[in-house]
Design a protein around this ligand. Structure first.
Ligand code: PLP
Length: 388
């Protein structure tokens, strides 16, 4: 099953290349991939050059003493978070990881026993299911609220069981771009507190936040450790610094987490035994030098406005994203895979909502050249004429 799913994504990637070779890349409107197309800030390049030229190569490219990363890098990340969010993390609370994906696998390996349940709110990043399965966990889905794409809290409350070990949230969200409101977070936290008491268990809230920095119109993304003690944060520089191939991020395991020292030690060991050993050393030092750097959000914002307004004009409906770089558009027909196939006739590529446990919708990644959006709109207009 996993190979089939992975092959479907690969097939889409190859389809993009095939269409580009047939019609020219400028005539293909590939909205399928969440690969940032804003280059990494200049400071990243400068940091790499400085480090490679200035540091002892044996130390720079060697294994780290602790699998959790360089102490000074972890301290620098903690200091930066404390300054931004008023938290009080130290080096011990930060574990450098191989991107968000590596961090999520480390924390699932740390927390899950076979049969433990992980709750995810549809629509969600499809790989959560694979990561949960990797440790013989069971993914429990909460159905989507397609009005607001905020989590359905009543269903959430009903689906928490004594086996619930973790709840994963992703805000700003892939694929909807929705930011969970503070009120939502407060209600979620209250539900989880009550269920922990009722069952005498620990239920960990895992905040997967590779898109934290990608927000528009001044949207605020609450820092979840402040609302619920058993919160673990997974962060990544893949999108915020446009470094997805470099594989660098971190986990925050606050002291307030139950048995925090044990969880921190276990995550340190998990980093090693899952085969990561440690997060890439050069990139650890690069991000520590670039903690105040940001990607050019105005680029994505321009794309967001153009695509959202353009699609609306064609008659499509979708919620306006407050963050990330995705639009989640309602398919004009029930079978969104058929809609994706129809779009392909116009060289438009997008991902069916079923990949995010939300059929009837399609995801468009607008981290593409602005011209791609401008040139795609007449094609969307033709596509829309088939339905409206
Ligand atoms: N979580 C979400 C919601 C994502 O969208 C992605 C990547 O697109 C990841 C995790 C994995 O990110 P990383 O490249 O940091 O491993």
């Amino acid at each position: 099953g996993m190979v089939a799913n992975s092959s479907a994504i690969r097939a889409m990637f190859e389809e993009g290349n095939r269409l580009a070779s047939l019609y020219g890349a400028e005539n293909v409107y590939d909205f399928s991939l969440g690969n940032p197309n804003v280059p990494a800030p200049e400071a990243v390049k400068k940091a790499i050059v400085e480090l490679v030229e200035g540091e002892d190569p044996i130390a720079l490219h060697g294994y780290t003493n602790s699998n959790s990363g360089y102490p000074e890098v972890r301290q620098a990340v903690a200091d930066s978070l404390n300054e931004r969010f008023g938290t009080s993390f130290g080096e011990r609370n930060i574990i450098m990881t191989v991107g968000a994906a590596g961090g999520l696998n480390v924390i699932f390996k740390t927390l899950l026993n076979p049969g433990d349940e992980v709750i995810a709110f549809a629509p969600y990043f499809g790989e959560y299911r694979s990561y949960t399965n990797n440790y013989d966990g069971v993914l429990v889905e909460i159905s989507p609220d397609t009005e607001t794409f905020q989590p359905r809290l009543q269903e959430f409350e009903q689906k928490i069981t004594p086996k619930t070990k973790a709840v994963i949230v992703n805000t700003p969200n892939n694929p909807t771009g929705v930011v969970y409101s503070e009120a939502t977070i407060q209600k979620m936290a209250a539900i989880m507190e009550a269920k922990q008491k009722e069952y005498g268990t620990d239920i960990y809230l895992i905040s997967d936040e590779p898109y934290r920095e990608l927000v528009y119109d001044g949207a605020e993304v609450p820092y979840l450790t402040k609302y619920y003690d058993n919160t673990i944060v997974g962060y990544s520089y893949s999108k915020s610094l446009s470094l997805p191939g470099e594989r660098i991020g971190y986990l925050v395991i606050p002291d307030e987490v139950t048995d925090s020292e044990e969880v921190q030690s276990a995550a340190n060991v998990a980093t090693r035994i899952l085969g990561f050993v440690n997060a890439p050393t050069l990139q650890q030092k690069v991000v520590a030098k670039c903690l105040n750097e940001k990607t050019d959000i105005s680029f994505y914002n321009r794309n967001r406005e153009a695509l959202y307004e353009g699609l609306k004009e064609c008659g499509f409906t979708c919620i306006k994203p407050e963050g990330a770089f995705y639009l989640f558009v309602k398919s004009p027909i029930e079978d969104e895979k058929e809609f994706c196939a129809a779009a392909k006739k116009y060289n438009i590529l997008m991902v069916p909502g079923s990949s995010f446990a939300c059929p009837g919708y399609v995801r468009l990644a607008y981290c593409v050249a602005h011209e791609t959006i401008v040139n795609s709109l007449p094609k969307f207009k033709e596509l829309a004429k088939e339905y409206f």
